[in-house]
Ligand binder design. Sequence first.
Ligand SMILES: [Zn+2]
Ligand SMILES: [Zn+2]
Length: 349
Amino acid sequence: MKSYKVVEFGKPLEKVEATPPEPKGTEVLIRIATCGVCHSDIHLHDGYFDLGGGRKLDMGRSMKLPHTLGHEIVGEVVAAGPDAGDVKPGSKWLVFPWIGCGECALCKNGDEHLCGPNQALGVSRDGGFSDHVVVPHPRYLVDYGDVPDAVACTYACSGLTAFSALKKAEHVSDADPILIVGAGGVGQSAIGLCQSLHGVAPIVADIDPAKREQALALGAGEAVDPSDKSARKELLQKTGGGFAAVIDFVGAASSTEFGMSVLRKGGKIVIVGLFGGSIDLPLATVPMKAITISGSYVGSLAELEELAAIGRKGGIPQISVSTRSLDEVQETLDQLREGKIVGRAVLQA
Ligand SMILES: [Zn+2]
Ligand SMILES: [Zn+2]
């Protein structure tokens, strides 16, 4: 078993060879076919998330080193523990990585992805920058049908994040349009999914002209530049008073402020991006406009199953994926950090 591990935060990953572990209890040992490289892997590698304004979220406590990152995993069953039921060796699955403690109220409600003392693969437990991974229970294995491995693995994080955020957007119709702020990787997944889920083409706001062009190619109804002084007024006019739902895939002060400024009465803003910063919110506008401010973080096992079912029926527009070998994981992380990767980068073990 070959794994690339974080041995020291921020230092290059180290290749470690070992014998694959024997699955115990309900555990399943998976031979990895593909693993996506996610932007959050950079932050986990650093050992902290930058929350903006000089504040940091320290990951050092939940992650014991040496640690294998990687949470977008597809692979085949090699062996299963004695209590894992009849999971078949050789069967291929998409792995739900956002595993919880199984004991708390969130976990019992099916919101394992929000569990504090989590067991998430690639975060708390060893993940997919390896050729094998141990999954604690076969219930985390999701059927992805004929979707290519390199595409299916991205459902586990970027796809699920887009899907769960879109599900939180309410009242979306032709008459009650939706605005997507930020057309980076996750925002792009959301553009195509919006049509599948809500039956409408979203309006997209992004300051980058290249991303606006990509958004239109992916099916956005319109793409606007939020830094344009007249954008806000034009959107308010076009929508007859604002959007029913805004999804902010950036999560910076400027993107959230823009999103809030074009929200209609009774509207909902869903903040997904982790860019960081803070805004000055006049509190009386919350009840007076009856708005909802919601956060969305990855998604639940039930949502991943729902997303994979849409994927199996061909309902998820393909995002651009570039594949490379597992041995190139460090270069891939470096390129991602430098913003040199278009679409999603996926490792093949
Ligand atoms: Zn991710
Ligand atoms: Zn829990």
